[in-house]
Structure formats: C-alpha cells, structure tokens
Design a protein around this ligand. Structure first.
Ligand code: SF4
Ligand code: SF4
Length: 450
C-alpha cells in the first residue's frame, strides 16, 4: 500500500490518538519516521486499557504496527511495554517469531514513562529537544488502541465509534468497558456495579492529568478512564482548589526547597524547566529575568511537581499551565533553538516508582483488577462532540430528524486543516444537531419507549 492511501483510510476513519490530546493519527504517518514506537506504557495509576488490549489482540496489533512500519519504511519498529505487564509481555513474546522486524523494549514501572519524550529516551536513548516534536528527530509514537483502531479501519472499513476505558475507584466491580463514543458517564458507570460512596465525584482520565466532570459528561476518542472517588478525597480537593488561592498559598509558603525541580521528569532529561524558579519569580513579582516564565512552554503538565514532589502541597503545575496558556493566547510559541543539557546523572535515582506514586495519591486501595469486557455497551442516546482532538472541529452533515446507522458519517473534516471526521456510534434518530455536538437517540430504546 502507498503512504497516501494509508493516510486516506486513517483520516476517513477518524483515527485520533486514543488518549492524551488526541493528535489526528494521519498527520503522524510521515516517511521522516526512521523509528516508530508502539506505546504500551499506560502512564497513570489505575489505567489498564492498553495492556489489556495488547494482551488480548497481540497478533492483530503487532501485524498492523508492522504494516505501518513497512509503509513508512521505518528502519526500527519498537514495541515499548512495561516489564511489569507480565501477561502482555508473554503475549507479545509468543507472537514475536511471526514479526521478525519488531523489537521488544521492556520499560521500567515509573511515571511518566508513557510521555513521548520520556518514552523515546527510554527506548532509543536520545532526547527530543525542548519544544520539538518527535518526527523532527525521525520518530513517530502510536499508542496501542490507536493501532487497534487502524487495524479495524484497514481490515473491516470500520471508523472509530467506540472507546475502551477503565472504570476504577469507589465502585463494586472495577472493569474495562467498550463504550460507544458520546455515551454519558452515568450510563457507562452502570457496567461497574454500585457506587460505594454517598458523595461520588468523577474524574475523566487518569488521576495525574484527568479532570473533574459531571455524570453527564460524555466519552470521547481520548477517554481512557473514569475514576469514582469520594468528594472528600485529597485528590479531589486538590483538583477543586481555586487557582487564585493556589497563588496566595504559594506566596506564603513556597520554601524554595527545589523538590519540584529535582523530580521534574523534563528537567531530569535536561530540558530548561525549573518549577521552583517559576514559583520564585511568579510569587515575588520580579520580572527582571523572563526565562522562568518563557520556560513554562517546556512543561508537559505531568503533575509530578504538585501531586508527588511538593512537601507544601502547592500547585506549580496549575500555575505554570495558566502562564503557558496566557503566553499562547498572546501568540507566543516556544523557542525551538533553546539548548538542552545532558540528562542529569541523578535521574536514575529520581525516577518515580508507580507504586509510590499510587500510594502518595491515596489510590493504593483502588489498584485492583479491572477485567476487560469487550461487549459493546448500549446507551439510550449518545452526544457526540465535534471536537474531540487537537485541530479544527468537524463540520456537521446531518440535521434533526435524520436516521443514521452506526458508523455513518455525521460530520466531515475541515478542508486544508488538521481535522478529522466524526461518525455515528449507534443506530437511531438525530434529535439535535449543532455546531458543537450531535445527539442521537438509540432506535431500539425508542421502540421500547413507544
Ligand atoms: S517543591 Fe513546593 S515548596 Fe518546594 S520549591 Fe517547589 S513549589 Fe516551592
Ligand atoms: S508538571 Fe511539573 S514536574 Fe511535570 S513537567 Fe511540568 S514542571 Fe515538570
């Protein structure tokens, strides 16, 4: 297959990175990639999706990854998987003789090894420069579910209409489910038994980078998890704190101990981000040296500084993110010519073990099995967002009253922009179609209601 044909299939199928910011995958299919990496690092505590999918569908995913490597003519095709995922590693090893050109790279159980810059350093031994992107150094990274979605597009012509996600925390039956895109959190949670607290709060995504949502929030192409916690849980209180209070607390009690910088994964790789310097300058109001502010561009928002490192419970990440967004809104971009240092020799001793992180977050009691259930859930309706990823949102093609089939095109990608189409995730009637989302009522549910 020619590269342009693969790009066309992947784009038309609406494949975006199944996690993180959801970068449209067709834009990563680039022959500058001399090395491609399959990311099975499952970065955050409690999440299970990628390891489970790779264990269950090892052959299909390896075959597709191998195929992508052939089309891109990538010299190295590396599967990065945590050594701790024994069942997944065994499934991969069992299939490896069929894929001689694939390499297996066993990764340490540290956070955030799934971050692309950290992953590339662990797998290939070199550093992506500050502000740079992997393809500029000849690397492309794809996560497991993304490659599985490409497999379904190539073999069955199926667009992306569903998402695997782990439900964990205060539920009686933690589970990894297969949910149609657009399904509401409150409906998805029914698959995990009962909620075990009176005042539940929902985090969409992992505990380090996820965000608080209501039970009416909907699954998107990047939703990897729904965590249910008690409203009084420390992590919830941190997420609910007011950023203006965060700044006042920082002004009062940041003791400049530098723990945030000592443990910052990007600083340890030599990138010019020093959260303690940012905190010093931001809280003192001294602006003689602007570099601590401009260096906020090199923060990857991993959350180590505020959820693991800081002994004062301060929030460097939130404050840094606020500054970074402010700089972006003024049209500023990171300086790509800034020099990176060598990784710190102390890095080896300062990497963060996942079990320590899980305990520090107060989540150790929730670190249980969450078995993969592949039966697709059937919601009464779905609300499908037209912007689920980085880039321009899709343009609606349907109107209220239209009948749509599971997999039919609802909205097209914007021409000439980084954009993806959106497809129906259930069969039914369109009951609302706007510029931001489309609601579909499940036809089976309608029949029952009638
Ligand atoms: S770890 Fe906390 S107290 Fe120490 S310098 Fe960083 S923000 Fe300040
Ligand atoms: S969130 Fe904190 S620890 Fe993570 S990269 Fe940014 S400054 Fe460093």
């Amino acid at each position: 297959m020619e590269l342009q044909e693969l790009i066309g299939i992947v784009k038309e199928s609406g494949v975006a990175g199944a996690g993180g910011a959801g970068f449209p995958t067709y834009a990563k299919l680039d022959k500058r990639a001399e090395a491609i990496i399959l990311n099975c690092a499952e970065c955050e505590p409690l999440l299970k999706v990628h390891r489970q999918l790779l264990e269950k569908h090892a052959y299909e995913i390896m075959e597709t990854f191998q195929f992508i490597g052939e089309v891109l003519e990538a010299k190295r095709r590396i599967i990065g998987v945590k050594e701790a995922y024994k069942a997944t590693v065994n499934a991969l090893k069992g299939n490896l003789p069929s894929f001689q050109e694939l390499e297996l790279k066993l990764l340490p159980e540290i956070y955030p090894v799934g971050d692309e810059v950290v992953l590339i350093y662990e797998a290939l031994g070199f550093i992506i420069p500050p502000g740079g992107i992997p393809i500029e150094k000849g690397v492309a990274v794809f996560n497991v579910e993304t490659v599985y979605n490409i497999y379904k597009a190539l073999h069955f012509g199926k667009p992306v209409t569903s998402k695997y996600l782990t439900i964990a925390g205060e539920v009686t039956k933690p589970v990894t489910v297969h949910a149609p895109i657009g399904m509401e959190v409150r409906e998805v949670l029914k698959a995990a038994g009962e909620i075990t607290v009176k005042n539940p709060v929902f985090i969409m995504g992992g505990p380090m980078t996820g965000s608080l949502v209501t039970s009416y929030a909907v699954v998107t192409k990047t939703t990897n998890a729904i965590l249910v916690l008690d409203g009084d849980h420390r992590l919830v209180k941190r997420m609910q704190s007011d950023i203006s209070i965060d700044m006042k607390r920082a002004m009062s009690i940041c003791c400049q101990c530098e723990m945030c910088t000592d443990l910052c994964p990007r600083n340890l790789l030599g990138h010019p981000i020093s959260p303690h310097m940012f905190m010093r300058m931001a809280t003192s109001g001294v602006t003689k040296d602007l570099s601590p502010f401009l260096d906020t561009f090199y923060c990857c928002s991993c959350g180590v500084c505020e959820l693991y490192a800081c002994p004062q419970d301060l929030s460097p990440r939130r404050l840094i993110t606020q500054y970074k967004n402010g700089l972006r809104s003024k049209g500023l971009a990171p300086d790509k010519n800034v020099q990176s240092k060598e990784p710190l020799s102390a890095r080896e001793y300062r990497r963060i073990p996942m079990d320590r992180l899980t305990a520090r977050l107060g989540l150790a009691e929730y670190n249980k099995e969450a078995p993969l259930c592949e039966t697709r859930l059937t919601p009464p309706q779905v609300k499908i967002m037209l912007s689920q990823h980085i880039g321009a949102k899709a343009v609606p093609l349907v109107k209220k009253g239209d009948q749509v089939e599971d997999g039919s095109l609802l909205a097209k990608a914007q021409e000439g922009k980084l954009s993806l189409p959106v497809h129906a995730s259930i069969t039914g009637e369109v009951t609302e179609a706007g510029q931001d989302y489309i609601i579909i009522q499940n036809s089976n549910e309608r029949m029952q209601a009638l």
